[in-house]
Design a protein around this ligand. Structure first.
Ligand code: NAD
Length: 296
């Protein structure tokens, strides 16, 4: 078992930290929010009063932070992780940030003598609490081998996606497809209903025909066919519109830099941006069904 630092104990990080403790790791936890640290301590972690205290003696530092600027600050700011970690410490950033920011962080870490892995996740708060996240990992093979037992304690699936930043590439490409497929699924259910076909009958047919996709079979945006889906609790998240919009923006910014054509990704971003602007940032992303039905 390893001595770990965990920084960023928010919606996702708190459950992930608890699962690392459960797996027998010695976890020293830090967050700017003292209540989040208290919650980690209740789950069996040791409170750290600073980043420096958390990373002292750590073999692996795990971070779960809101955005790229926080990751840069936590790792490379004054009194940050890189300034305080011992030689050979592996950095494992699970936040969703831009591919370019992630590659830059890996380079800065390498220049300071550390191995940095990007390991963004698929799965929301329930998967973080249940230890059933999917991790997409970018970085050197040796770093991956070291990170794998730590990730296993929080995961259903762990994939090595290749070099630095490739975890983020997998995450944003996947979520761009998810945003597009969710809107398409909503359009299809709405069309079927408007033409006189009820949601359950359409689901029974399409879920075994060529229109089948995850947005339909696991997360159906029409209430009824998939009981656990947010559509059955008035689109309470789940995975909020604001989160989908964040991932689409990251995907499209990277697409532009790479010269990749993403017309449907752009259209999906416009639709989610409008929902966000209209005060629906906290709605589950499958709530785009309400917009397509003209209800919001
Ligand atoms: P959150 O805002 O709930 O948690 C972030 C935590 O980081 C907060 O507790 C905050 O206090 C802490 N923090 C910020 N700056 C800090 C600093 N300088 N030092 C120490 N702590 C600091 O966010 P979240 O929902 O847990 O998401 C975290 C990451 O996971 C994001 O990148 C998000 O895109 C990604 N993600 C979230 C979900 C989800 O469903 N919530 C799903 C997949 C991926």
């Amino acid at each position: 078992m390893s001595r770990l630092a965990f920084i960023g104990l928010g919606n996702m990080g708190s459950g992930m930290c608890a699962n690392l403790v459960k797996a027998g790791h010695e976890v020293h936890a830090f967050d700017l929010n003292p209540d989040a640290v208290k919650q980690a301590v209740a789950a069996g972690a040791t409170a750290a009063e600073s980043i420096a205290a958390a990373v002292k003696g750590a073999e692996v530092v795990v971070t779960m932070l809101p955005a790229g600027k926080h990751v840069d600050q936590v790792y490379f700011g004054e009194n940050g992780v890189a300034a305080n970690a011992g030689p050979g410490t592996t950095f494992l950033d699970c936040s969703t940030i831009a591919v370019e920011e992630s590659r830059e962080a890996a380079k800065k870490a390498a220049d300071a003598g550390f191995s940095y892995m990007d390991a963004p996740v698929s799965g929301g708060v329930a998967a973080a609490e249940g230890g059933t996240l999917t991790f997409m990992v970018g970085g050197p093979k040796e770093g991956y081998e070291k990170a794998k037992p730590v990730l296993d304690a929080m995961a259903k699936n762990v994939f090595h996606a290749g070099d630095a930043g490739n975890g983020q590439v997998a995450k944003i490409a996947n979520n761009m497809l998810l945003g597009i497929s969710m809107i398409g699924t909503c359009e299809a259910f709405n069309l079927a209903e408007k033409l006189g076909l009820d949601a359950q009958t359409f689901f029974d047919i399409s879920s075994t025909a060529s229109g089948q996709c995850w947005s339909m079979t696991s997360y159906c945006p029409a209430p009824g066919p998939v009981p656990a889906a947010p559509s059955n609790r008035d689109y309470k998240p789940g995975f909020a519109v604001a989160m989908m919009l964040k991932d689409l923006k990251l995907a499209l910014a990277s697409a532009e830099g790479a010269g990749a054509d993403t017309p449907l990704g752009e259209h999906a971003q416009d639709i989610y941006a409008k929902l966000d602007e209209d005060g629906h940032a906290g709605l589950d992303f499958s709530g785009v069904m309400k917009r397509i039905r003209g209800e919001i």
